[in-house]
Design a protein around this ligand. Structure first.
Ligand code: SF4
Length: 212
């Protein structure tokens, strides 16, 4: 039977694959539409997320929701998760072994959702799906990963830390790429589907049945 997001969520909440399980309040699997075409992947739960078991519910989450609204999307239209699903103590950076352990859940969620577009929020998910380098150089860039287009963006918390008009403008420009890329991906898939149909061998002609 095909895996579901609910099963993955239950596994996250019971997970002990890295030491973050010892200090979390609850695991935060991620949430959103099971038919989401766009997947947002951030860094890890903060204080409020750890308390509530939901991703991006603090100030950074409010900014993410607001930015989604500017491009005509709602939180419930997309899927939102993190590269680690338990809060690192004191909001420290996730460690390599923690990132590696939790990547199994990221892969499982991607396999279920099969998103058309992955948007990375912050440097850890950018490093995983788009590439290593300074965020100021890589934000707004895309890279194909396993056939999925991935778009790098700042984490909303970074915009809140530097709330200048210039940073807001940059963020808005990067967000504006989401519907454009999504439309491109939809068209690409339509063309591929049509090409696949065209490549199918023509059905054999049925022998004409005698009338009598
Ligand atoms: S961060 Fe991920 S791998 Fe580590 S315990 Fe939590 S769910 Fe498991």
């Amino acid at each position: 039977m095909a895996e579901t997001l609910e099963q993955i969520g239950a596994d996250v909440r019971a997970c002990q694959m890295c030491k973050l399980c010892q200090t979390r309040t609850v695991g935060v699997p991620g949430e959103g539409s099971p038919t989401a075409e766009v997947m947002f992947i951030g860094e890890g739960p903060g204080f409020h997320e750890d308390q509530q078991g939901r991703p991006f519910v603090g100030a950074a989450g409010q900014l993410l929701t607001e930015m989604l609204r500017t491009i005509g999307m709602r939180r419930q239209d997309v899927f939102i998760t993190n590269v680690v699903r338990c809060r690192p103590p004191g909001n420290r950076d996730p460690l390599p072994d923690e990132l590696q352990a939790c990547d199994a859940f990221t892969q499982r969620q991607i396999a279920v959702l099969q998103p058309k577009l992955i948007v990375t929020l912050g440097r850890y998910s950018m490093a995983r799906f788009v590439g290593q380098g300074p965020m100021r150089d890589l934000h707004g860039r895309t890279r194909e990963w396993n056939g999925i287009t991935c778009l790098a963006m700042y984490h909303p918390a970074a915009i809140l830390r530097t709330p200048t008009p210039e940073m807001r403008r940059i963020y808005q420009e990067d967000f504006a790429k989401v519907p454009v890329l999504l439309e491109q991906e939809r068209r690409k898939r339509e063309v591929l589907a049509l090409a696949a149909v065209a490549a199918e061998p023509a059905p054999k002609q049925l022998d004409q049945l005698p009338l009598f």
